[in-house]
Design a binder for this molecule. Structure first.
Ligand code: V47
Length: 356
């Protein structure tokens, strides 16, 4: 089996389901790292990307109340908030001197805000700073907007695109398995619906990312099936830019008794993702969720993107992340260089802004 897997990886061929399972069950962290590093270097030639962006979470009020989420609140609950258009513009304004090229908007599923509220935000940001790329609204949010407006997914996406939405982030994917969604997040879009939204966004020419939330109740089989579904969708649309495995932070959630995934578990997931997703160019370590030092090490485990110098990240910090919320470019550059890689600042669509 190992010989066959190595040959396929050298040829950038798709591993079958048993081979994917074997990566998790039969390979050591060293073997995974070595193969993932090779696959990454072949594709990305030692370049490691980062971007400078501002995360804005418009509201934490959410009807979904997923068990793994420490960020969401009920309407009227202590700590619940909604940003106004002016609040959002103020945040964008204060981030412009840092040289942001992207605004990343992800929020709760609010019971009362109208679709027009989100369109007003998009239009206002585009008017205020037309040069910024707006990456916003997970497939779960898009699906929710279709539900509250009665519009089709296509119409929702077309209207949002017209208002200024440029691309979609990868959140809300969790694990596609119906068993897991039923247990952890039964009130939001299913895995199938998440994929339907992405298919439509890609058809309309909008790029997106994809994620997996791991380190909770998932089995290896469910992880592998999630990754194979993404690989198949990418074969159909080619619209995914990067894949981001998100390690679960249990603190302050309804699953507080869970242990955080270990460093080795995180590195194994990153390496296996690189190897299974042979048609994804970029595997991203969201350093906010795994810490800068492990993110640095992950560059030898298949990762070629460290996301951004994120300002004001709330979702993981609500769940106990202790990473700083923003780090200066120079720190990222130093960490990348120390691994013998080439730091490249990119825009959202992976156009190179500057090589260091
Ligand atoms: O969908 C929620 C996850 C996601 C927790 O596309 C948690 O570039 C860990 O998707 N512990 C939202 N994870 C964030 C997200 C994302 C982040 C950075 C970049 C991009 C991108 C996307 O965060 C949610 C969920 O899967 N999440 N709660 C938690 N306690």
């Amino acid at each position: 089996m190992k010989k066959n897997i190595r040959k396929k990886i050298n040829d950038n061929a798709a591993l079958n389901r048993d081979e994917c399972l074997y990566l998790f069950q039969g390979c050591s962290i060293h073997e995974l790292g070595e193969m993932a590093n090779l696959a990454n270097l072949t594709k990305n030639k030692g370049k490691v990307f980062f971007n400078v962006n501002r995360h804005i979470n418009l509201t934490n009020v959410c009807i979904s109340r997923c068990k793994f989420c420490a960020f969401s609140r009920d309407k009227g609950e202590k700590g619940a908030y909604v940003f106004s258009v002016d609040d959002v513009i103020e945040k964008v304004k204060e981030s412009l001197p840092m040289g942001i090229t992207e605004v990343h908007i992800v929020s709760g599923l609010h019971p009362d805000l109208t679709f027009d509220y989100y369109l007003d935000i998009l239009r206002a940001v585009k008017k205020f700073a037309p040069q910024l790329h707006i990456q916003g609204f997970t497939a779960v949010e898009i699906h929710y907007f279709a539900k509250i407006t009665g519009f089709t997914i296509t119409k929702v996406l077309e209207i949002m695109k017209e208002a200024g939405l440029d691309s979609l982030p990868g959140g809300g994917a969790e694990v596609f398995s119906p068993r897991i969604r039923e247990e952890l997040c039964p009130k939001k879009a299913t895995g199938f619906e998440w994929q339907e939204v992405m298919t439509e966004a890609h058809r309309l020419g909008m790029k997106s990312n994809a994620t997996l939330l791991f380190g909770h109740i998932e089995t290896i089989e469910e992880v592998v099936d999630h990754l194979i579904s993404l690989r198949e969708l990418q074969n159909k649309t080619g619209g995914f830019q990067s894949f981001i495995p998100l390690p679960f932070h249990p603190q302050y959630t309804l699953m507080e008794n869970f242990e955080k995934p270990t460093g080795i578990e995180i590195l194994k997931m990153l390496s296996a993702s690189r190897l299974i997703l042979n048609n994804f160019t970029h595997i991203k370590a969201f350093w906010i969720m795994m810490g800068l030092r492990l993110a640095q090490l992950s560059l030898k485990y298949g990762v070629n993107d460290l996301d951004g110098t994120v300002v004001e990240e709330k979702i993981t910090h609500s769940a106990g992340a202790t990473t700083p919320e923003d780090i200066p470019r120079l720190e990222l550059i130093r960490l990348i260089r120390e691994m013998g890689r080439i730091p490249v600042e990119r825009d959202t669509l992976y156009n190179e802004i500057k090589q260091y």
